[in-house]
Design a protein around this ligand. Structure first.
Ligand code: GLN
Length: 449
């Protein structure tokens, strides 16, 4: 069942039935014929995948969850889409998200809510709620998400799925509609850690079309996920990512996960990252600054659905009407915040200071990874909250990202894996590893399965 409308979950904004079935039939035919072509098939060939609707695709609309792009068809494929097509994974369709990936609940989509399959009164996380709900509800075994401040990991946590953000530059951003370019990263949403590693290997690698792409691919991810041995692995519990603000049930499941890792032979100690308390503040200055710049092109002249005021108007009036009608409240809020933070006279006080904090957070993590191989924390301070609960209080919504944001600021990899239930709702456990340490992250995370 990939039809979001009929299932009621509304994970999909577009369902790509005919093409997906055609690709599946092609793979069946190649397998049936045998021979060299069958031997050369990628191990994931024929496994259906859902794609977050921030990633551009030929032949299917890409909306970014915004009225601004409603009806737009990309003339090209994102690099990650090219790769999944070449490996012959049938693309099931495009999944719902907060508008331009801004949010933690998918409630900011211009096209309606996605329901959490565990409890339809609750959010599926965000911004990639559609991808996570599709995997959690068994509509898709694999999905692609994007993670700027937690949008793969937090939906993973609240839907009981696995969500990984690779090392920055590990996966190409070409063809991914930019939210905050220095933070954005594409990654897998799956049911198991091994699937996540296999999918990251498929979509990753150098891309000359993305100037921030790492020169060498991150290798050995699947092997690491299959290792099944964490004897002697040094794991650090981040002191600053627990306690106040975290639900008791989340902390209980987290402690149990720590115990499982210890029993499996890991050496666990507490590690302090003293500047993590400033991460959220820095993120909510750097991210909107980049948003205000990246979204400037949606003005109805260069990009976006043009709105002409009644009786016509100047080009400024057309741009104004386009942006007023095309963007939702949260997007406008962030553009205003970012424009303010970058304006002359404030640049040093806000953006400049935030970049300094970013460096301090990177140094905290470097010091932590001198002592341990990976770090762990709860992925999100709470389980899935109810629709509407945080919608009128942007700060409360932002606070949900407290544990996921440091990884984006530092460019390190992070993964959320299911850690059991609290009052019937999934809890996520997050593993963080050093830059290019994706393999050790997968090795550690697989120990919780
Ligand atoms: N929830 C965060 C935000 O609203 C993260 C978004 C994301 O990772 N795309 O910015």
């Amino acid at each position: 069942d990939v039809d979001g409308g009929e299932s009621g979950i509304h994970a999909f904004l577009h369902v790509n039935t005919d093409e997906a079935l055609a690709v599946a039939a092609e793979v069946d035919a190649i397998r049936a014929a045998g021979g060299l072509e069958a031997d050369a098939l990628h191990p994931l060939a024929g496994v259906p995948i859902a794609v977050k609707d921030l990633i551009v695709t030929i032949g299917q609309p890409t909306t970014a969850g915004s009225k601004m792009l409603e009806g737009w068809m990309s003339p090209y494929d994102a690099t990650v889409v090219e790769k999944i097509r070449t490996a012959r994974l049938p693309i099931l369709g495009k999944t719902n998200l907060d508008e331009f990936a801004m949010g933690s609940s998918t409630e900011h989509s211009a096209f309606g809510n996605t329901l959490n399959p565990w409890d339809p009164a609750r959010i599926p996380g965000g911004s990639g709620g559609g991808s996570a709900a599709a995997v959690a509800a068994f509509m898709a075994p694999l999905a692609l998400g994007t993670d700027t401040g937690g949008s793969i990991r937090q939906p993973g946590a609240v839907t009981g799925t696995v969500g990984a953000k690779p090392t920055y530059g590990g996966v190409s951003r070409y063809g991914v509609i930019a939210m905050a370019s220095s933070l954005d990263q594409v990654g897998p949403v799956t049911r198991t850690v091994q699937d996540s590693a296999a999918l990251q290997e498929l979509i990753g690698g150098h891309d000359p079309r993305d100037s921030t792409s790492l020169p060498k691919p991150l290798e050995g991810l699947l092997t690491a996920a299959q290792q099944q041995d964490i004897t002697g692995l040094r794991i650090g519990i981040v002191k600053e990512l627990q306690g106040e603000g975290y639900q008791a049930g989340v902390l209980e499941r987290f402690q149990e996960a720590v115990k499982v890792l210890e029993d499996a032979g890991a050496v666990v100690q507490e590690v302090s990252c003293p500047h993590f308390g400033y991460a959220l503040g820095a993120y909510y200055l750097i991210m909107p600054s980049e948003v205000s710049s990246n979204l400037a092109k949606f003005d109805g002249v260069r990009y976006g659905n043009r709105v002409v005021p009644d009786g016509g108007g100047t080009i400024e009036q057309v741009m104004g009407a386009t942006r007023a009608a095309g963007f939702g409240e949260e997007v406008k809020r962030r553009i205003i915040l970012g424009t303010y933070a970058l304006s002359a006279g404030y640049y040093d006080a806000y953006y400049g200071s935030a970049q300094k904090v970013r460096t301090l957070i990177q140094r905290d993590l470097e010091a932590a990874f001198d002592q341990v191989d990976v770090l762990i924390s709860p992925t999100s301070p709470t389980t899935a909250f109810a629709f509407g609960e945080k919608l009128d209080d942007p700060l409360a919504m932002y606070l949900n990202d407290v544990a996921t944001i440091p990884a984006n600021l530092a460019g390190i990899p992070g993964i959320s894996v299911p850690g059991g239930l609290s009052e019937g709702l999934p809890v996520g456990v997050q593993f963080l590893a050093p830059v290019r340490g994706d393999a050790v992250m997968y090795r550690a995370a697989a120990a919780l399965e």
